[in-house]
Design a protein around this ligand. Structure first.
Ligand code: FES
Length: 106
């Protein structure tokens, strides 16, 4: 289990418990966090699960793969800490992770 915090553009925070082996995207959908659309269901075929990883967590979460980078080209207002949340696996290592939801998805 890991606690994940999603922060909406308005500043509203959603702190939820996530199951190991699931993803940051699946956890957001399960807990109905607004702003994560995940149109492709986690197949790395859209960019609608885009999040910004909190600066304190970028090293832990790591960099996107080449394929994820390609999909991020379609995301709205990409920043250096942008990731597709379906590609971030939940494990004890990300307990406490904070991500921000963008103003809108692509
Ligand atoms: Fe489509 Fe993440 S849900 S790329």
């Amino acid at each position: 289990m890991a606690k994940i915090t999603y922060i909406e553009p308005s500043g509203t925070r959603h702190e939820v418990e996530a199951d190991n082996g699931s993803t940051v995207m699946e956890t957001a959908i399960k807990h109905m966090v607004p702003g994560i659309e995940a149109e492709c269901g986690g197949a790395l075929a859209c960019a609608t699960c885009h999040v910004y990883v909190d600066d304190a967590w970028t090293d832990v979460v790591g960099q996107p793969s080449a394929m994820e980078e390609d999909m991020l080209d379609f995301a709205y207002e990409v920043q250096p800490n942008s990731r597709l949340s379906c590609q971030i696996k939940i494990s004890d290592a990300v307990d406490g992770l904070v991500v921000k939801v963008p103003e809108r998805q692509a």
